[in-house]
Ligand binder design. Structure first.
Ligand code: BGC
Length: 399
């Protein structure tokens, strides 16, 4: 099979299958075997915008860990005002793949550093934690990690209460106190922050290192939680779609190579077609195949190009942003140790476009599933809605 554009009919089929798994994920009898987990978030309705005060916010889920100080105050014109100070900390490989204690000790160390820098170590601030992994919540401030994704592997975390792990690490340090009040997925955080600007935002989507979406679902159909009235935000965890074979006829040999050499083979198959953790690697595997068939680089790949992970996803964005003189493409390929002809540059660009276009189409099919479901549940012919979107691929890719 080769990389040709997915047809509208095929994308509609993906959408239909996604809608079916979403439905199965919400129902008590089918939840267990569904690939799309549809996790209740205990975020009942979007905020009023009347919450005021100082908060600490943590963001863990990509390659960096971020600590923020957020000041929410009254503002006469808009009704509220948010000011932030923030600091990024890169997560060392051994913290990502060691033990949960090591990871959470590192997080506590970063918070401690941040509090020192801003001279607020004496204050016990309310803390909100954006934790971008599948969590089965019992409440807004309590939930167990179902499984790691996106290259995280810290042992002893899966099956445990994430807020508990954080509180324990803070206690172990003993040099500051925090009041952990909420833990949300990044899709939920994105939806909520977009809602401050636009009251019709009821969907959040991330296309970054990983890919996922959340949306406001009617309470009566969230069978895992009691109550009939109003709406609750559901974290779809659609990245796991495909675990029941739903994507088999769409997955190509390159997808299989990328999956088999990943940290979590067989898992997050939909995410692996779309997100930044895998996009560059997919392109690399496609290029190697072309080299093997003597269609690229005179049939010779550099050692670097043969190395897993060497083709970073940001290269895909940069190559597709090339103005037409191929300079950018040439430079990137040179850093990868190959000296390309003009034709090579054009082929590489085409490979990037094929992979990213398919990613966008697949992601669009998922989003259509979410919004069509909302429209049907609300018995509307046309649903006008805003989707809050964030993530490195969304922000950096030119199209
Ligand atoms: C995680 C989701 C997250 C998404 C985007 C996925 O790998 O399972 O919880 O929302 O990445 O960060």
């Amino acid at each position: 099979m080769c990389f040709s554009r997915l047809k509208k009919e095929q994308l509609k089929e993906v959408m239909k299958r996604m809608m079916r798994e979403m439905d199965r994920g919400l129902r008590v009898e089918t939840h267990q075997e569904s690939s799309v987990k549809m996790l209740p978030t205990y975020v009942y309705s979007t905020p009023e915008g009347s919450e005021v005060g100082d908060f600490l916010a943590l963001d863990l889920g990509g390659t960096n860990f971020r600590v923020m100080l957020v000041k929410v105050g009254e503002d006469e014109e808009r009704g509220w005002k948010v000011e932030t100070k923030h600091q990024m900390y890169s997560i060392p490989e051994d913290a990502m793949t060691g033990t949960a204690e090591m990871l959470f000790d590192y997080i506590a160390e970063c918070i401690s550093d941040f509090l020192d820098r801003h001279h607020i170590k004496h204050r016990k601030l309310p803390l909100g934690f954006t934790f971008s992994f599948p969590v089965r919540h019992e409440d807004i401030d309590k939930g167990i990690l179902l499984n790691w994704t996106k290259g995280f592997k810290a042992s002893g975390a899966e099956g445990n209460n994430v807020v508990g792990l954080l509180r324990d690490a803070i206690k172990r340090r003993g040099d500051f106190e925090m009041d952990v009040v909420a833990m949300v997925n990044d899709t939920v955080a994105t939806m909520i922050s977009c809602y401050y600007e636009d009251r019709s935002c009821e969907v959040g989507m991330i296309v970054g290192t990983g890919c996922n979406a959340c949306y406001m679902e009617e309470m009566r159909t969230v069978e895992l939680v009691e109550g009939e009235e109003g709406r609750m935000c559901v974290n779809t965890e659609w990245g796991a779609f495909g675990a029941n074979g739903e994507l088999e006829e769409f997955r190509l040999e390159y997808d299989r190579v990328v999956d088999e050499t990943s940290l979590n083979p067989g898992q997050q198959l939909y995410e692996k077609l779309i997100s930044g953790k895998y996009m560059g690697e997919l392109v690399r595997v496609v290029l190697l195949k072309l080299v093997n068939e003597e269609l690229l680089f005179n049939g010779e790949a550099s050692d670097l190009l043969k190395t897993r992970g060497s083709f970073e996803t940001r290269y895909v964005s940069q190559i597709e942003s090339d103005s037409g003189d191929r300079k950018q493409i040439y430079n990137i390929l040179s850093t990868l140790g190959v000296l390309p002809s003009e034709m090579d540059c054009d082929i590489v660009r085409l490979a990037c476009e094929s992979v990213s276009t398919r990613a966008a189409h697949m992601c669009g099919a998922g989003l259509a599933a979410v919004i069509n479901r909302m429209r049907e549940r609300r018995s509307q012919e046309v649903l006008k809605i805003t989707v809050g979107v964030d993530g490195s691929v969304y922000k950096l890719h030119p199209w």
